[in-house]
Write a protein that binds this ligand. Structure first.
Ligand SMILES: CC(C)(COP(=O)(O)OP(=O)(O)OC[C@H]1O[C@@H](n2cnc3c(N)ncnc32)[C@H](O)[C@@H]1OP(=O)(O)O)[C@@H](O)C(=O)NCCC(=O)NCCS
Length: 199
C-alpha cells in the first residue's frame, strides 16, 4: 500500500498549537482519511469475523496487501483489528488471537514467533490534551513506535503503550499495562508492569 507519510506530516503541521478551534476544524475536515482507510476497513471487514482456519487464511491474504509487512505461517484470528496498517509489520510464525487490537499510528514492529493472547491492545498513539480551549479529539496526536522482539509471549487483556520496546523472549502476564521497556527474557506483570523474574 502507498505510504501516506507526506500527507500525515502536512496534517501534523496543520494542527500546530497556535491555531484556533475553527481553523483546526477546517483543516481536519480536509484531511480526514475516508478514502485511504475506507477501502481497507471495508475489505478487511468482510473477512474479519470469518471463523478459523479459513478466516485466518483470508485475513492473512488481505493484510498481506495492506500491512507494511507480514510473514508466512502467521495466524490472524477472528475479530483482530489493525489501524494505520501501512505502519505495522508482523514477522513469521506469530499468532494474534481473538480481538487483538493494534493501533499503528506511531509504528508497530512485531518479530517472529510472537504469541499475542485475546483482547490485548498495542497502542502506538496518544491524543494531545494540553489545551483546554479545543476538544482533545482535535489536538495533535503523539505517536511513538512499539517494537516487540522475537519469541515474546503476551498474555490476554494486556495493554502496551506507545514507545515501548519488548525484548526478545519476554513474557507479559495477563492483564498487564506495559508503560516501560521490557528487557530480554524478563517476565513482567501488573499495572504498571514490573519484572518478577527472568526466564
Ligand atoms: C505471567 C505468568 C506467565 C507467570 O506465571 P508463573 O511463572 O507460573 O508465575 P506464578 O504463577 O508463580 O506467579 C508469580 C507471582 O506473580 C504474580 N502474578 C502472576 N501472574 C500475574 C498477573 N498476570 N498479574 C499480576 N500478578 C501476577 C503471582 O500472583 C505471584 O505472586 P506472589 O509471588 O506474590 O505469589 C502467568 O501468571 C500469566 O499471566 N499467564 C498469562 C496467561 C494468559 O493470558 N494466557 C493466554 C493464552 S495464550
Amino acid at each position: 500500500m502507498a505510504s501516506f507519510n507526506g500527507r500525515e506530516m502536512e496534517k501534523k503541521k496543520a494542527l500546530a498549537p497556535n491555531k484556533t478551534l475553527s481553523e483546526i476544524m477546517a483543516l481536519k475536515r480536509k484531511s480526514i482519511p475516508y478514502v485511504r482507510y475506507g477501502h481497507y476497513f471495508t475489505i478487511y471487514g468482510l473477512v474479519k469475523y470469518i471463523p478459523p482456519p479459513v478466516g485466518d487464511l483470508l485475513r492473512y491474504g488481505v493484510l498481506k496487501f495492506y500491512l507494511k509487512g507480514i510473514s508466512k505461517k502467521t495466524w490472524i484470528k477472528d475479530g483482530v483489528t489493525i489501524s494505520y496498517p501501512e505502519n505495522v509489520s508482523i514477522g513469521s510464525n506469530c499468532t494474534l488471537n481473538e480481538f487483538v487490537f493494534i493501533n499503528g499510528y506511531g509504528g508497530v514492529e512485531i518479530g517472529n514467533w510472537v504469541r499475542i493472547a485475546h483482547r490485548t491492545s498495542i497502542i502506538s498513539e496518544d491524543h494531545g490534551y494540553k489545551r483546554r480551549d479545543i476538544p482533545i479529539s482535535l489536538q495533535k496526536k503523539k505517536g511513538k513506535k512499539i517494537v516487540i522482539g522475537d519469541d515474546v509471549w503476551i498474555g490476554c487483556d494486556v495493554k502496551i503503550l506507545k514507545g515501548v520496546k519488548v525484548g526478545k523472549g519476554a513474557v507479559i502476564g495477563a492483564g498487564s499495562v506495559v508503560t516501560k521497556d521490557v528487557p530480554n527474557f524478563a517476565v513482567v506483570v501488573g499495572n504498571p508492569a514490573k519484572i518478577i523474574k527472568y526466564r
